[in-house]
Design a protein around this ligand. Sequence first.
Ligand SMILES: Cc1c2[nH]c(c1CCC(=O)O)Cc1[nH]c(c(CCC(=O)O)c1C)Cc1[nH]c(c(CCC(=O)O)c1C)Cc1[nH]c(c(C)c1CCC(=O)O)C2
Length: 345
Amino acid sequence: MTDKNQPFLRALAGETVSPPPIWLMRQAGRYLPEYREVRAGQPDFINFCLNPDAAAEVTLQPIRRYGFDASIVFADILLIPYGLGQKVWFEKGEGPKLEPLALEDIGSLSVERATEVLSPVSETIRKVRAGLPDTCSLIGFAGSPWTVATYMIEGGGSKDRFKARTLAWSQPAAFDALMDLLAEASAHYLKAQADAGANALKLFDSWAEGLPDPLFDRVIIRPTKLIIDRLREMGVDLPVIGFPRGAGPQAIRYARETGVQCLALDHGVDTGWAREAFPKDLVLQGQLDPAVLRAGGAMLDSEIDRLLSAWSGRPYVFNLGHGIHLETPPENVTRLIERVRNFKA
Ligand SMILES: Cc1c2[nH]c(c1CCC(=O)O)Cc1[nH]c(c(CCC(=O)O)c1C)Cc1[nH]c(c(CCC(=O)O)c1C)Cc1[nH]c(c(C)c1CCC(=O)O)C2
């Protein structure tokens, strides 16, 4: 299996592939009836993620149904806090819950424990890789330290991450130490995924929006660069995709300074601006609105065409601007893929 066989890896290496490779953020999930069936037998979400047979099966489901160019291992960004020793659970319809972490308690978190607890994810990767066609790439991932820390500190999702931002300003040394610890745990976790057979890696910074420059540098750029530098030090040379959702123009600095090979754009990014703002050798991914995929019809077609035209002639991976919505009709995804695959530049 070489890069040449995989259109997704060719694009990540900087080649303009036409039509562009396509996969979707959160492509395994509740919009698929076959996922809901497996999920029904796996009441505990964390155990589900750490069950290699079940996790490999749902990772492969969207590949079988749609033939995407890339798969992403079924896991969750909150496995890291769980592995480090924090209490994490998922309540139906309410999203993730965590026992809020006080910065004074960082000492109770263990990187070694996380590496051990998360080892089933490597087993999932081995199983998935063995079940994938040679032309399909496999993406390993982790949450970025800031996004993961917001859940750890707030005890779940939050509207504007006010508590986490306050702590970043009021206790800078302790907060930066938490970033360091999360970066170290993530680097080891991603290295294990690479060793198990992942072809590319992705860092999800879903809550990168709304940060003043000094915080953006401290909690987004520095820890992201730490992870990538650490991976390179450990001999991992896979391409890395960064997704600093909502970063706006700060993404220019992010792309220049962190060491990512590919930048995933959210649907709120001005396409014309981004075409000019990012260097031509930076691979871009995105940025279809999950709501237009949910809506379908003629609007979906015209949005697909707009993005394909806007991003043609440069290395690009077709994707959503954020995760697929659970109410998305599976046939809209079929329509999307057909339209992308029939595109002639
Ligand atoms: C912020 C974040 C999380 N998890 C993730 C992010 C970053 C991407 C983003 O911004 O969407 C990333 C993630 N979560 C999941 C995957 C693998 C599946 C895939 O991408 O195909 C990935 C890549 C499975 C999941 N993770 C979760 C589900 C749904 C759980 C279920 O089946 O009941 C899945 C399929 C649960 C989860 N996990 C998380 C939340 C907020 C929730 C609840 C919201 C929701 O239900 O969608 C944290």
